[in-house]
Design a binder for this molecule. Structure first.
Ligand SMILES: [Zn+2]
Length: 378
């Protein structure tokens, strides 16, 4: 992770880089910032910069042997500790080291911006509380007491330090106070209040502020090539959380695609135009993965239900962007109590068939013919 890959946070980057250049890297530091602000990304970039053997004035080189290992998070002198719990594969006595490949994938796929719930999703433990336990503390103590393998520095990154349980924290305290030579602890936390005071008092605080809207706005445009308006909306809703902003943008792009496709589909169904339908299914539906085909049907069903509300004097309950509302205004007269039951049944059955690996072309063609007939029942 290079500093240049991290969104905004110029002040924090400057301070971190300066500390390395001045040769005064504190041995225990706490990166405190809200979810999605980039604390973990900054800590990794900082560690990489400390260890880079050919560092520039403002960033790591990215290509020296140390940087290469940092890029894949496999440097032997870089250690991670993070909340964990028993999972399908690890039935008892879990510890961070058992989940390193999942961890690398999580960090890689989220550019180190993922939150605790994203991580739990990777571990498939959404209903549990992860924890950093005493086995994690013991492992880190063991590793840091070894001689470093390749770097001058050994670095331990403890992500979500508020999840250190008291026994683990107590075990670490002495190490935080008197660490072995050339050892750096980078603790990352979101809530200062949840952090044990004894841990907090032994670390140098580096505050990572919430990302400003403008930074997220331009980062979204750079990464996704979206238009300024879409980026602005996503940035506004995200409240400084990069993960939320990018997820919101992707969802709203899907939604736009579904809306355009659904309009087309319904137009072709009205006149049951076989060539147009075949073309539509081949170009708009077949390329989607199954999950998205189901999502598209769910989107369609929502439009039908909105149409019914619209017809029954509940227009204020239908909150939609202007273009979708204009479509609904024309579409609603074709939906009524006579056909909504059949349409609901049809869409739900189609979703089940897609789930069971049914042939999407056949399913959508069959649906089209039925919808054509249901429209006549208005
Ligand atoms: Zn390097």
């Amino acid at each position: 992770m290079l500093f240049s890959q991290i969104i905004g946070q110029d002040d924090v980057k400057k301070k971190l880089i300066q500390s390395v250049r001045d040769n005064r890297v504190a041995h225990a530091q706490l990166f405190l910032g809200p979810e999605g602000s980039g604390s973990l990304a900054l800590a990794i970039a900082y560690a990489q910069y400390i260890c880079c053997t050919n560092k520039g004035e403002n960033d790591s080189c990215g290509v020296c042997p140390s940087c290469k290992k940092y890029n894949s998070l496999t440097h032997p002198d870089l250690h991670f500790v993070f909340p964990n719990a028993t999972t399908k594969n690890v039935k008892k006595d879990p510890e961070s080291d058992f989940f390193l490949s999942e961890w690398r994938e999580f960090v890689g796929s989220t550019d180190a911006y993922g939150g605790l719930q994203d991580w739990y999703k990777v571990l498939e433990i959404e209903n549990k509380q992860g924890m950093i336990n005493v086995r994690d503390a013991a492992a880190i103590i063991r590793k840091l007491n070894l001689k470093s393998y390749e770097s001058e520095y050994k670095i331990a990154i403890i992500w979500m330090a508020e999840k250190l349980n008291p026994a683990a924290a107590n075990k670490l305290l002495k190490l935080l106070e008197e660490p072995p030579e050339k050892t750096v602890f980078l603790l990352i936390a979101e809530n200062q209040e949840e952090l044990l005071a004894t841990v907090r008092s032994r670390t140098l605080l580096m505050k990572v502020p919430k990302l400003p809207i403008e930074d997220i706005h331009s980062a979204l445009m750079n990464k996704f090539g979206c238009d300024s308006n879409a980026a602005h909306n996503a940035a506004l809703i995200s409240d400084g959380n990069w993960m939320l902003a990018s997820r919101y943008l992707i969802d709203s792009e899907d939604e736009k695609f579904y809306f355009n496709s659904f309009q087309k589909w319904m137009r072709y169904c009205f006149r049951f135009s076989a060539p147009e339908l075949i073309d539509f299914i081949a170009n708009d539906i077949k390329p989607l993965i199954r999950e998205k085909q189901k999502e598209f049907l769910a989107y369609g069903l929502k439009v039908f239900h909105n149409a019914l509300l619209y017809n029954n004097g509940l227009r204020n309950n239908v909150l939609l962007p202007d273009d979708e509302l204009a479509f609904l205004n024309n579409f609603a007269p074709f939906v009524s109590n006579n056909n909504i039951g059949l349409i609901t049944e049809l869409f739900e059955e189609s979703m089940r068939q897609i789930e069971r690996n049914g042939n999407a072309s056949l399913i959508f063609m069959d649906d089209s013919y039925k919808i054509f007939n249901y429209f006549k029942m208005k």
